[in-house]
Design a protein around this ligand. Structure first.
Ligand code: CLF
Ligand code: SF4
Length: 298
């Protein structure tokens, strides 16, 4: 345990492969793709594919019902002894269709009480569900925060769908920004660990991520994970079509170097699929698709 870390925090991260760099050598996570829909549009996303906020864009994950997700978790738990975390990270937003996310977590917790639950969201619907996340003992929440300035946000998000209507432009980015900050503060106040993911988009928010890092640190984020934009024209994203380039590895490293003194950085992210299974960097998802797991679990 690092000297400057309190025991309660250590308990939460010691077997979480994303929150502890050490743990990722020994512990495995799995994602269940139970969240098909999304309430915002990111310019780096093609919604036919996985949510690019956390997961690898441009791959299609098999969408599961909460019942199917439970079957999958049980079958993975039986075969992957290192499994410590079950996460929901897409393919859309895990807080938008809340009933599916909640039902999945409740079923999993009832069958496998010692597995950790983890969630990744764009943050728009997050404040509405913080109390329930706390009640369900969800100790780890990732929010993707790409800006704290709505002027920059408007270049990343063409629209958000909030309170039954669609907002565009600066107004949309402002709403998203306020909800992200509120969600972050609410989680921090309840002792839930927050990881902030930022997608580094050269010429759009790369320099700005220094300010993002400062804001999220001030509001209690535990980790900041700066991930490179994956921009492949074949994925049919807006950025792919406009020729927005991805950062070079050296540019990402340089930015991470400049963030060193701010919120603690995560450097071992593998931009997993929304149906990833196994140790980070290992993907055993194919072994556990629905046609590979038993129909009923006794
Ligand atoms: Fe999954 Fe994300 Fe939870 Fe980890 S992944 S929901 S925090 S259990 Fe981890 Fe994968 Fe990077 Fe995500 S390496 S993409 S940070
Ligand atoms: Fe796509 Fe995820 Fe953005 Fe939603 S939050 S538009 S699923 S990248």
């Amino acid at each position: 345990k690092p000297d400057d870390m309190d025991p309660a925090t250590w308990e939460k991260i010691k077997d979480h492969p994303c929150y502890s760099e050490e743990a990722h050598h020994y512990f495995a996570r799995m994602h269940v793709a139970v969240a098909p829909a999304c309430n915002i549009q990111c310019n780096y996303c093609n919604r036919k594919y996985d949510c690019a906020n956390e997961s690898r864009p441009g791959v299609v994950s098999e969408k599961l019902t909460p019942e199917q997700a439970l079957r999958k978790v049980i079958s993975v738990a039986n075969e992957v002894p290192q499994l410590s975390v079950v996460g929901i990270a897409g393919p859309g937003d895990a807080c938008y269709d809340w009933r599916r996310t909640k039902a999945t977590f409740e079923k999993v917790a009832a069958e496998i009480p010692d597995v950790k639950l983890c969630i990744s969201t764009n943050g728009l619907a997050l404040p509405d569900h913080v109390d329930e996340l706390a009640r369900m003992n969800v100790d780890h929440v990732t929010i993707t925060i790409n800006m704290v300035d709505p002027q920059i946000g408007a270049k990343i998000y063409p629209w958000v769908f909030y309170n039954h209507r669609r907002y565009t432009g600066i107004e949309a980015a402002e709403i998203l920004h306020k909800r992200q900050m509120l969600g972050l503060e609410m989680l921090a106040a309840r002792g839930i660990l927050v990881k902030v993911n930022s997608v580094m988009i050269p010429g759009v928010n790369d320099e700005h991520l220094i300010e993002v890092n400062r804001w999220v640190k001030e509001r209690g984020a535990f980790l900041h994970n700066v991930m490179p934009l994956i921009s492949d024209p074949a994925h049919g994203t807006y950025y792919g079509l406009t020729g927005q380039r991805a950062p070079r590895a050296i540019e990402l490293k340089a930015l991470q170097g400049r963030l060193e003194k701010g919120a603690k950085l995560m450097r071992h992210c593998r931009q997993c699929r929304a149906d990833a299974v196994g140790l980070l960097g290992e993907d055993r998802g194919k072994e556990f698709t629905l046609d590979h797991i038993p129909d009923a679990v006794s």
